[in-house]
Design a protein around this ligand. Structure first.
Ligand code: NAD
Ligand code: USQ
Length: 391
């Protein structure tokens, strides 16, 4: 198949592009490198050094003889988005290209507006580009488990059958997310479902849980193929952060009581889920949703696991929660769709954590301890505005 990976220079997009190429697909990458700019803005860097996209692509060609086409541009620029779809003529488009950090979206008004504009407008341009070029192109869009929030009922895969006053309907699952970033994904989901309904587009919305890990079968072949590994308090996700904190001998930062339970997924399963979704497309007019996670755990239990299995003594610290979120709640998720397509999950295990400890140990000299402390607070837009950063 011909597949474009939007956001193919990012943490997940890069290993996905390699995996699809390795599996025999013709792959193109599009990216505007804004993720590398956020690093400059925040004064941080990926723990694992990453090469420029041109070097990465050349290394993959040297090692495998396979080509990856590249397009540099912004999805919010409609001319660019139409051009890549018209020139490359993909069978499927994998869309990772969004601002993805909840804390970044909560810094202040400017960052919230940027996040929602970037994500919602980029996706809307893409929907039009597909609809006007070839509506049979399968859109595979990265959503997030955080769209659902933490409801007091089971979380289904995107849709819910509701009986109300004796009548029954199948409705989009009600959403109650907990950041302006997560909300941008809810807005995307509604736009995508509408485009499938009115134009007959075929889309798969992958509500992915928190990803952990840094290596895939393809990226480990050469250091030049490494993907990024974020550990800072804005872009670092919880398990990746805990692993780096443990390597540095710092306490693991559990926010609040730590009863927040989240869906998780190994990066090797992410790339495999995308392949499965691409090779088993949604039907014309179908808005298909999979919950792309393989297990769930509370933040407190994650910290305990990382500390218990680490070779050194590791402490756990309970911080005042900088976010507004339920810290003790019901959490039960249906996630059978991708398993039915053939996914065999890698579950969190001692071997996996040991290999991640080795990655963190190798590069811990690159970590800035100051970047690990959370500074973005959900409750304080007034305080932030007073500090003069409301732009
Ligand atoms: P990332 O920030 O590392 O990668 C996103 C890439 O998209 C970056 O390279 C960035 O430069 C590019 N991009 C952003 N806006 C763009 C635009 N307007 N035009 C062109 N390129 C643009 O993020 P990631 O961790 O690889 O996540 C990828 C996707 O998966 C995101 O949509 C995210 O919401 C979703 N997701 C991630 C996780 C996770 O734990 N990392 C979990 C669930 C869902
Ligand atoms: N948390 C801690 N300590 C930390 C960091 C986080 O206790 O040091 C807690 C947070 O309060 C939260 C949970 O861990 O309750 C998860 O936080 P996170 O930063 O790992 O994840 P989140 O903000 O939800 O965002 C990440 C990705 C995002 C993706 C989402 C999947 O950045 O792109 O959409 O995971 S999900 O959580 O399923 O929505």
């Amino acid at each position: 198949m011909r597949i474009i990976v939007l956001g193919g220079d990012g943490y997940l997009g890069w290993p996905t592009a390699l995996h699809l190429s390795e599996c025999g697909h013709e792959v193109a990458i599009a990216d505007n490198f804004v993720r590398r700019q956020y690093d400059h803005e925040l004064g941080v860097q990926s723990l694992v050094p990453i090469e420029p996209l041109t070097v990465r692509v050349r290394a993959w060609h040297e090692l495998t003889g396979k080509q990856l086409a590249t397009y540099v541009g912004d999805l919010c620029d409609a001319d660019f988005t139409y051009r890549i779809i018209r020139e490359f003529r993909p069978d499927a488009v994998v869309h990772f290209a969004e601002q993805r950090a909840a804390p970044y979206s909560m810094i202040d008004r400017k960052h919230a507006v940027y996040t929602q504009t970037n994500n919602v407008v980029g996706t809307l341009n893409l929907l039009y580009a597909i609809a006007e070029t070839d509506p049979s192109i399968h859109l595979i869009k990265l959503g997030t488990m955080g769209e659902y929030g933490t409801p007091n009922i089971d979380i289904e895969e995107g849709w819910l059958e509701v009986t109300h006053k004796g009548r029954t309907d199948r409705v989009l699952y009600p959403k109650r997310p907990s950041s302006f970033y997560h909300l941008s994904k809810v807005h995307d989901s509604h736009n995508i479902e509408f485009a499938c309904r009115i134009w007959g587009l075929a889309a798969t919305d992958l509500n992915q849980g928190i990803v952990y890990g840094q290596q895939t079968d393809e990226t480990v072949r050469d250091d030049r193929l490494a993907t990024r590994f974020d550990y800072d308090a804005v872009f670092g996700t919880v398990l990746n952060r805990f692993i780096v904190l443990a390597a540095l001998g710092q306490p693991l930062t559990v926010y609040g009581e730590g009863g927040q339970t989240r869906g998780l997924i190994d990066i090797r399963d992410t790339v495999e889920c995308i392949r499965l979704a691409a090779e088993h497309p949604a039907k014309p007019g179908e808005y298909r949703v999979f919950n792309q996670m393989t297990e769930s755990m509370s933040v407190r239990d994650l910290a305990k696991l990382v500390a218990d299995l680490h070779p050194n003594a590791v402490e756990v610290e309970y911080l005042d929660n900088p976010r507004v979120e339920a810290e003790a709640h019901y959490y039960k998720v249906t996630h059978s769709g991708l398993v039915e397509l053939g996914l065999t999950p890698h579950l969190l295990s001692e071997t996996l954590l040991t290999s991640l400890y080795a990655v963190a140990d190798r590069y811990k000299h690159r970590a800035d301890p100051a970047a690990l402390r959370p500074t973005v607070r959900w409750r304080s837009p007034l305080a932030t505005a007073r500090a003069g950063s409301a732009g």
